[in-house]
Design a protein around this ligand. Structure first.
Ligand code: PLP
Length: 430
């Protein structure tokens, strides 16, 4: 697939980055279950270690199975390169690592995955980094939050779990003006429903654990670079623009141009942080990506049917799904996410905390798990689980109050899902 970008999404999700195995002709991408690769000779080895030649050295850095997934995701997102990681959270640290240093901050949306709020508000402080949380609908607040130490703005395209959709273009205009990158977590939307790079994002991160793998088998993450950011335009990004002591004074941006960020992610990020994706995980995710568009179509269709039904039920207070005309984000969703707004939403149950707990315990098809983006329908009571570490104010801001449950609608028969919710609500609210 040499001129891959000219093919359509459904073709690229199956073929991009892959070709029959040169050694055996194997049609499916082999799982290269190896730690190391034999050098042709000592000179070849030295060239690889000096980054003068690209090739395989050791699987903490690169692996042929993982490389196929990287190329496939870079292609689907419209980026120049990608680095896969051991989880979505690893990908977030890997995305920030080349940009940040002690004293630097990231301006982050208040509407983020609960684990990301914790990672950004607590754990990154150990590196001397910090996060400033702002409502990304308030563009003036975003502008005001950016200071001379801000190195990125971070948001989710479709924010999990509150039914919120981001106007990426509006944020990209602000980050372009400030000379800093915009990082978009595209996990809930997937490249099928949203292309953040086409809307101006610099970097895209994924938890491949979710829809990309799609069957709840492996954790993984990915950072995709648009290749469009000028890392040398100012002195804010010395890891990419200045001399790198760990590579004999090499300057990544000067040497690798648009691939600077990706090369840094492998040569410094994976080499020294070691958050590597293993080839088995890459294999499962490659299998999932092959059917991404088909699954996302069904996830969207089923979610709309279930959300419609719930909204009309008098045991339910409200449903937050951007695909419903009642959503405050309906217009934006139609404009920015025309193929649909995914399979995730929340709804509030009139009986409050107690009814929510009974509901999750009474469902038969839905599984009560801390995951999303599976072929199976999943449910979770965020306030008692994923968002438990957050303050009540943070829970409300994230759309995860005590009377709210989050569903990840699977690709089963929508009528069966509705019947299951009906019988469980009868027990929960009876
Ligand atoms: C799950 C998730 C993450 C974290 O990914 P892991 O693979 O669990 O580390 C980050 N962002 C979003 C939107 C997620 O849904």
């Amino acid at each position: 697939m040499t001129d891959a970008p000219s093919y359509g999404f459904d073709t690229l999700q199956i073929h991009a980055g892959a070709k029959p195995d040169p050694a055996t002709g194997a049609r499916q991408t082999p799982i290269y279950q190896t730690t190391a690769y034999v050098f042709r000779d000592a000179e070849h080895a030295a060239a690889l270690f000096n980054l003068q030649e690209v090739g395989f050295i050791y699987s903490r850095l690169t692996n042929p199975t993982v490389a196929v997934l990287q190329e496939r995701l870079a292609t689907l997102e419209g980026g120049v390169g990608a680095v896969c990681c051991s989880s979505g959270h690893a990908a977030q640290i890997m995305a920030l690592f080349p940009l940040m240093g002690p004293g630097c901050n990231v301006v982050a949306s208040t509407r983020l995955y609960g684990g990301t709020v914790t990672q950004f508000s607590q754990t990154i402080k150990r590196f001397g980094w910090s996060a400033k949380f702002v409502d990304t609908d308030d563009l003036d607040a975003v502008k005001a939050a950016i200071d001379e130490n801000t190195r990125a703005v971070f948001c989710e395209s479709i924010a999990n779990p509150g039914g919120y959709v981001t106007d990426i273009r509006a944020l990209a205009d602000i980050t372009d003006g400030a000379g800093i990158p915009l990082i978009v977590d595209n996990t809930s939307a997937t490249p099928y429903l949203c292309n953040p790079i086409a809307q101006g994002a610099t970097l895209v991160v994924h938890s491949t654990t979710k829809y990309l793998t799609g069957n709840g088998t492996v954790t993984g993450g990915c950072v995709i670079d648009s290749g469009k950011f000028d890392w040398s335009a100012n002195d804010k990004f010395p890891s990419l623009s200045a001399q790198e002591p760990a590579y004999h004074g090499l300057k990544f941006h000067e040497t690798f141009g648009p691939l600077a960020y990706t090369f840094h992610g492998i040569a410094i990020g994976l080499r020294d942080l070691g958050m590597t994706m293993n080839p088995q995980a890459a294999h499962y995710t490659l299998m999932g990506v092959e059917t991404l568009s088909l699954r996302m179509q069904r996830h969207c269709e089923n979610a709309r049917k279930v959300a419609d039904w719930l909204e009309k039920d008098d045991r339910i207070d409200y449903v937050t799904y951007a695909g419903l005309p009642s959503s405050p984000y309906y217009e934006r969703a139609q404009a920015c996410y025309p193929k649909g707004t995914g399979g995730l939403f929340t709804f509030a149950v009139k009986g409050g905390y107690e009814a929510c707990v009974k509901l999750v315990d009474s469902l038969e098809i839905f599984s009560h798990v801390a995951n999303l983006g599976d072929t199976r329908s999943l449910i979770i009571h965020s306030a008692s689980t994923t968002h438990r570490q957050l303050t009540p104010e943070q829970q409300e801001a994230a759309g995860a109050g005590p009377n709210v449950v989050r569903v990840s609608i699977g690709i089963e028969d929508a009528d069966d899902l509705i019947r299951d919710l009906d019988q469980a609500l009868a027990k929960a609210c009876g």
